[in-house]
Design a protein around this ligand. Structure first.
Ligand code: F0G
Length: 456
């Protein structure tokens, strides 16, 4: 369907600066201002932000690459951000000073050499988004969304969350001088994430429901109160998060990997990374598209089921997993994610709780570490290799979305042997703490025992 343009730019605070427009991913309607739910007024599907001038060849890939590289040597706050460094491909803020930033992005790409050997993959990398300022990839989206929330004059921003979004939102709201309202499922998010929201000054409501219930309530709230929603339904979040793709390709000297593997929860991140990849191809920054695949926990596998049943309507699930970050049964961005899988030739996979725990311990043993939701990527890679979807000579990048310190309870229970206690196979990956008398003899004995068991 041909996009049609309506001009509602006038009073709506969610208006975009010239050049960029909101475009419905379903019917293609183009508008300059969005409603509070960021859905299309014609068909109800989600909006994305786009710049129609790109396809007309207004950007020069070689010039962009050198401009972005040059900014890495500069000291202005906007250049120090690994998101705003790529600002030619982002909606433009009112001024450089109006950007709300904590120096997000610029995260490392690590070679996972031991895990590559153990999995028999030639080149395996981890892009560690857990090394962002609040410990997850959410910061890269939040810097853009918080900047535009403040620019639009909002006093309150709000989100439903499994923990990381709320931590990031609370931090960026605080930096930007806004108040933040957090809706989280009671007893279902890690203390460490909850404590971040509290420390950053959010009004934190623990609701007696799950994440999906929190998100539903937030949709009602934004229709009846002047709060600005910062969930990944908000396309400004997606704009920030898509810069992972630019940064990754820059780190790989613009040689695309064969595969990028991402955990799937509400499916904003996979949609964002996919959007970044497609834009890079359209602009001419890369010639070949990597495949982008999404891995979910078996107990929260709505996308896997949806695609199994044809992909035309969302198959929701009652989500249950210890990877609480992705304990989501009705992912909001499922249609965006399906489009990305189709355009990049990627797939979906699901992994068990035991596979997640093992993969997390393996990533930890490389000295890198991540939270359980991130470890689904390695567990998923193993299954994709078995399926023959990924071959052993390919270059694979795992997106680690959250920091090891985000969920210390999981890590402690695992290493103490309390999690999956009957599972013998996992024992090889456990490193339980040892309680000893404070004597030299006891420590030396323990050391010798450890050396002996390492040798066997
Ligand atoms: N990994 C981590 C560590 C997450 O926190 C999330 C989502 C995901 C993966 C999945 O990303 O939702 O974009 O598909 N966390 C959200 C939150 C839902 O509220 O923190 P997604």
């Amino acid at each position: 369907m041909q996009p049609s343009v309506t001009s509602e730019e006038s009073a709506n605070p969610n208006s975009l600066p010239v050049r960029f427009v909101f475009r419905c991913i379903g019917c293609g309607l183009v508008v300059h201002a969005a409603e509070q739910d960021f859905r299309c007024s014609r068909c109800g599907n989600l909006l994305e932000i786009s710049d129609p001038s790109w396809t007309a060849g207004s950007l020069h890939p070689v010039a962009l690459k050198s401009l972005w590289a040059q900014r890495r040597t500069l000291n202005e706050s906007i250049d120090l951000s690994g998101v705003w460094r790529f600002r030619e491909l982002l909606p433009q803020p009112a001024s450089e000073q109006s950007v709300v930033t904590l120096r997000e992005g610029n995260t490392p790409l690590y070679a996972l050499t031991r895990t590559a050997r153990a999995t028999d993959v030639q080149q395996l990398y981890a892009k560690h988004q857990g090394l962002n300022p609040t410990g997850s990839f959410k910061d890269t989206g939040m810097t853009v969304a918080a900047t535009f929330a403040r620019q639009a004059g909002y006093r309150w921003v709000a989100c439903a969350s499994t923990g990381n979004t709320s931590a990031a939102m609370a931090a960026y709201a605080a930096r930007g001088g806004m108040r933040s309202l957090v809706l989280v499922p009671e007893g279902k998010i890690s203390w460490s994430k909850l404590s971040q929201a509290l420390d950053y000054g959010a009004l934190t409501c623990q609701l007696r429901t799950d994440f999906d219930g929190c998100l539903r309530l937030l949709q009602e709230l934004v229709r009846s109160a002047p709060v600005y929603q910062l969930n990944s339904l908000n396309p400004f979040r997606i704009e920030g998060q898509k810069t992972l793709a630019y940064e990754l390709l820059e780190q790989l000297e613009w040689q695309p990997p064969d595969h990028i593997i991402v955990p799937g929860g509400n499916l904003g991140n996979s949609s964002a990374i996919g959007k970044g990849l497609l834009e890079m191809r359209d602009i001419g920054l890369i010639e070949k598209l990597p495949k982008l695949s999404v891995v979910q926990a078996e107990g929260a596998n709505a996308l896997v089921r949806t695609l199994r049943e044809g992909g035309k309507r969302l198959v929701s699930v009652q989500a249950e997993t210890r990877a609480t970050a992705i304990r989501i049964g009705s992912p909001a961005s499922w249609e965006k994610a399906i489009k990305v899988l189709q355009s990049t030739g990627g797939t979906t996979e699901e992994v068990s709780e035991i596979e997640i725990a093992q993969a997390k311990a393996e990533i930890g043993a490389e000295g890198i570490g991540c939270e359980p939701a991130s470890a689904v990527t390695l567990a998923g890679l193993r299954k994709l290799l078995l399926r023959g979807f990924v071959s052993r000579d390919e270059i694979v990048v795992l997106v680690l979305t959250g920091n090891l310190l985000k969920d210390p309870d999981f890590t402690m229970e695992f290493h103490r042997g309390e999690l999956f206690s009957g599972n013998e196979q996992l024992n090889a990956y456990r490193h339980p703490p040892v309680v000893l008398d404070a004597s030299l003899k006891a420590v030396i004995q323990t050391l010798e025992q450890a050396e002996k068991s390492a040798a066997t």
